[in-house]
Design a protein around this ligand. Structure first.
Ligand code: SF4
Ligand code: SF4
Length: 373
């Protein structure tokens, strides 16, 4: 049976039009009714790379799209958790992040919980048919939900050409592993992203491409009206369709190529059935991101890692040696001497230890360059 992607025209973020397009896109999928069942807890995973209001820049999934999906899940009787992890943000900034992205206001009146992936800590998930990494360090929030409804934003990307449904799940990966993966070549980066995606594949994905980002994405590009919303139970197929609508040729989106090769979804357009609108009418060629300089040589990567960091620091005078941080640490890199001692070489910079410490003895130590960035 062909993989299904649903496609709906949506010219702007008018709440009524977004609501109707989201409803049709999800309800036309054969899997939705089975997945959205009363009593299930659903994680809505938007893209909050950097919390920005839509009027500032099209960086994040639009709040109206999140609202429309949350309403539909709520009507189906599901409990709702909205979760993501912007780069370099800690648990204490949770309220500001979701408010700044417009999500708190958009979800007003709905029983929605908000969480940062870092707040729950991380654990290892094995990667099936691994291409680059054997285990993914993913948020423990995944253990607390029945399914994930992935809400990517269509954007060009300086390293992976396009960021869509597969790449959006990267926000659930521990910050240290994300950073390590970013030091790979473009091909290696795409394959490693696919690995972390494969460790927990979202059950449904719905893409916000009403206004996309073109040029220097995923955070510094320009807004471009594209006018559509699409959904699928297969994130790889959704990216394949999005790539074609955005004017990319087959084989240009490396995450789609790698995910198809590893058997994590269908990237062959000939095997994808598009329901809804005629896709030819909705195609808008996005201006490509100029590729960032090729990946830094290994030595430079090491140097950058030494210069850009945000890592846990133990205040010896506050530490009681209780061991709560050691228990919480997914990398098992904390030893207890008279106080907690962190092995920085193995630290994932996930800050689970900081969350766990009852004495507030652990804080985030940030390098000068990280603060500037
Ligand atoms: S030491 Fe803290 S920040 Fe580092 S991996 Fe362990 S829990 Fe995470
Ligand atoms: S949890 Fe806090 S107080 Fe307990 S050992 Fe770790 S740093 Fe020390």
């Amino acid at each position: 049976m062909a993989t299904t992607v649903t496609l709906q025209a949506c010219p702007d973020y008018d709440p009524t039009r977004v609501g109707a397009a989201v409803r049709r896109a999800l309800e036309d999928l054969p899997e939705t009714a089975t997945l959205l069942q009363p009593g299930r807890r659903v994680m809505l995973k938007p893209n909050i790379l950097k919390p920005r209001r839509p009027e500032e820049a099209p960086v994040c999934t639009h709040p109206q799209v999140l609202r429309a999906v949350a309403e539909l899940c709520y009507e189906a009787g599901c409990a709702l958790l909205v979760a993501d992890q912007p780069a370099y943000a800690l648990g204490g900034q949770r309220e500001q992040i979701f408010a700044r992205a417009g999500y708190t206001e958009a979800c007003r009146g709905l029983p929605v919980e908000f969480a940062l992936a870092t707040g729950a800590g991380y654990r290892e998930f094995p990667v099936p048919r691994a291409l680059r990494v054997q285990t993914a360090q993913l948020t423990r929030l995944l253990d607390e939900v029945d399914l994930v409804l992935n809400l990517p934003k269509l954007k060009t990307h300086v390293q992976t050409a396009l960021t869509g449904a597969v790449k959006n799940t990267f926000g659930l990966v521990a910050p240290r592993q994300r950073m390590d993966i970013h030091f790979l070549s473009y091909e290696g980066l795409s394959e490693a992203i696919v690995d972390t995606f494969a460790a927990y594949r979202p059950q449904l994905s719905l893409m916000d491409a009403v206004v996309a980002m073109e040029g220097a994405g995923p955070s510094n590009g320009a807004a471009r009206a594209t006018g559509w919303i699409a959904a699928s139970a297969d994130a790889v197929a959704l990216d394949a369709v999005a790539g074609r609508l955005a004017g990319f040729g087959p084989g240009e989106i490396l995450t789609t190529v790698a995910a198809t090769r590893a058997g994590h979804g269908q990237g062959d357009l000939a095997e994808i059935q598009i329901l809804g609108e005629e896709s030819e009418a909705l195609g808008v060629r996005l201006r490509r991101a100029r590729p960032a300089p090729r990946y830094p040589p290994r030595a430079l990567g090491k140097l950058l890692r030494g210069l850009i960091y945000r890592r846990p620091h133990v205040a010896r005078e506050k530490c009681t040696g209780c061991g709560a941080c050691r228990t919480a640490c997914p990398a098992q890199c904390i030893d207890l001497e008279s106080v907690a001692v962190i092995d920085r070489r193995r630290c994932l910079e996930c800050f689970c230890c900081m969350e766990a410490c009852p004495e507030e003895a652990i804080s985030a130590e940030q390098s000068w360059l990280a603060r500037k960035l």
